[in-house]
Design a protein. Structure first.
Length: 156
């Protein structure tokens, strides 16, 4: 049975997703350079609270034992032409990874039991998997950058 789970957000409108993209872009740690920004203050953004409730519902449905564990949030800005290399999150003690797509973009690949699952990003799609699953993202195609929010449940 697969441990990769996916659902569609019902809480945010397309306009609200665009507002979150604007927020990530405006609050980048180093505008114009980095693709991955840590934003502890995401937890204080009202729109993010609604995203988090949707992400939590998916993860707690499949992994109820992680309810109440510490979470970290990242705003991810993947520029045209950039990609994310194959990796997992075992070293960072991540139990669960959840990804919320704010717009369309490059495909996400998740390896599970020698099979590779490909997810085509669409605004409002939420994907969750165990932190030990190797995953990667293809190069972002033109014309637009890809924006998403990652929420990780960690053991420490």
């Amino acid at each position: 049975m697969s441990q990769i789970h996916q659902t569609r957000d019902t809480a945010l409108t397309d306009a609200e997703r665009l507002d979150l993209i604007d927020w990530i872009h405006a609050n980048a740690d180093q505008p114009g350079t980095g693709d991955l920004m840590t934003h502890d203050q995401l937890f204080e953004v009202p729109l993010f609270a609604r995203v988090l409730s949707q992400v939590q519902a998916l993860t707690e449905q499949h992994w109820p034992e992680f309810a109440g564990k510490k979470r970290q949030a990242l705003g991810v800005h993947l520029r045209v032409g950039n990609h994310i290399r194959p990796h997992n999150h075992l070293a960072s003690s991540t139990l669960i990874n959840a990804l919320y797509y704010l717009n369309d973009g490059a495909a996400l690949h998740i390896e599970e039991d020698a099979n590779v699952h490909t997810i085509r990003p669409e605004p409002g799609v939420i994907v969750a998997c165990p932190g030990g699953h190797t995953h990667w993202v293809d190069p972002q195609p033109p014309p637009d950058d890809r924006y998403s929010i990652v929420v990780c449940w960690v053991s420490r």
